[in-house]
Design a protein around this ligand. Structure first.
Ligand SMILES: Cc1cc2nc3c(=O)[nH]c(=O)nc-3n(C[C@H](O)[C@H](O)[C@H](O)COP(=O)(O)OP(=O)(O)OC[C@H]3O[C@@H](n4cnc5c(N)ncnc54)[C@H](O)[C@@H]3O)c2cc1C
Length: 349
């Protein structure tokens, strides 16, 4: 049994703490719960196969992570009796017309090779999109991926914290001390990684999501919608939906909602759900952490400091599996991922 300190209790730190406890270690997590914590703001889409990104190391990470999710969630929910909001109702990617739909379908369908967890992939006409999601405007055809899922970041974080404490872990809700001791400290500080002088430098993007209620008959079990551009819509339950996100590179840590982004997201909500009255519920702001060119950094800074950061826009997908893999590595066990792929500090290309 070894002793570890983890700084940061977002998805990266909480998952690592949970998995280190499974290996019997003594673990303390310090978490300041800063406003703008990315895990709590996340809409939690797990649908990596539709991405157009070509980085193979990133793709391996997120697809292995998506495969890991169902078993991980069922164990966590069984242990804690807490709901994480994980549902696997599929995901529809919308395309602007039938020509682009064909291209999108070919690209996405090719990803099925070697990824059975993706499930079926099918083209949907405008009418079929509307059958699966009655509130949508019905203007666009789509591609449906059966394995697409969503999880509520705040609930998942709470369940991990609960399981970690129940297993004897110490969770301290405050700033981490400058020097935690002679043992290994793992920094999983998200956007606030900029406060540490570790390479590669961490930068962040501020993203906002609008949660809104829709008047009308209750619509349930709708798939995740990957709308046009970088926009997505997810059902939160009780006729509440979330639409996001905005993306702004910034140095600021001001997490208060912006009126301009609210107007923009509200306009999108009205465009995608044109036939129904919409009422705002809340705006959520989070800071997505980036290292290098969107590939996470997972590795040693020095022999007493380990860093997990730069989880970017797919950190809720990747975070649970990263925690599992790093816990195995720090316990001297073999890993499914080659963690050396994520431990270099130079730019990727
Ligand atoms: C709006 C939004 C939507 C998103 N949607 C998705 C999605 O659909 N799918 C997906 O896969 N990913 C999504 N993401 C990305 C994902 O949420 C992030 O990549 C992930 O949550 C980052 O986790 P993290 O643990 O690295 O950082 P965070 O969750 O930000 O946690 C870092 C924690 O460290 C704490 N901390 C920092 N410094 C210290 C210190 N010195 N002492 C103590 N505590 C400290 C902070 O207070 C914070 O609680 C989204 C993100 C945002 C913002």
């Amino acid at each position: 049994m070894e002793e570890f300190t983890i700084v940061g209790g977002g998805i990266a730190g909480a998952s690592l703490g949970y998995h280190l406890k499974k290996h019997g270690h003594e673990v303390t997590i310090y978490d300041r719960n800063d406003a703008g914590n990315a895990t709590a703001a996340s809409a939690g889409i797990i649908n990596p196969w539709v991405s157009q990104r070509r980085n193979k190391k990133w793709y391996r990470l997120v697809t292995e992570a998506a495969k890991f999710y169902p078993e991980f969630i069922s164990r966590l929910e069984r242990e804690t009796h807490l709901d994480t909001g994980y549902t696997r109702r599929g995901a529809i990617s919308l395309f602007k017309d039938d020509e682009v739909l064909e291209l999108g379908y070919d690209r996405i369908n090719k990803k099925r090779d070697g990824a059975p967890e993706m499930g079926g992939v099918m083209k949907l006409s405008r009418e079929e999109v509307k059958q699966r999601h009655p509130y949508l405007n019905g203007s666009y055809p789509g591609v449906y991926v059966e394995g697409g899922a969503q999880v509520k970041g705040a609930l998942l974080g709470a369940a991990l914290k609960n399981a970690f404490i129940s297993a004897g872990g110490e969770w301290v809700e405050e700033e981490a001390p400058a020097q935690a001791g002679d043992h290994l400290t793992i920094y999983a500080t998200g956007a606030w990684g900029v406060e540490q002088d570790f390479g590669p430098a961490i930068r962040h993007q501020r993203s906002e999501v609008l949660h809104f209620k829709v008047e009308g008959p209750e619509v349930v079990n709708t798939p995740v919608v990957m709308a046009l551009g970088p926009i997505y819509i997810v059902e939160m339950g009780d006729n509440e939906f979330a639409i996001g996100t905005t993306h702004i590179d910034t140095h600021s840590f001001d997490a208060s909602p912006s009126e301009e982004n609210h107007r923009y997201l509200r306009g999108l909500a009205e465009r995608y759900f044109p036939d129904h009255e919409i009422t705002d519920v809340k705006m959520m702001t989070g800071f997505k952490p980036y290292a290098r060119d969107h590939l996470p950094f997972i590795g040693y800074h020095d022999d007493r400091t380990f860093v997990i950061n730069g989880l970017g826009a797919t950190g809720l997908t990747a975070g649970p599996y990263i925690g599992h893999e790093v816990a195995r590595c720090l316990s001297g066990l073999g890993t499914g991922l080659d963690l050396n792929d994520y431990s270099h500090t130079e730019p990727e290309n």
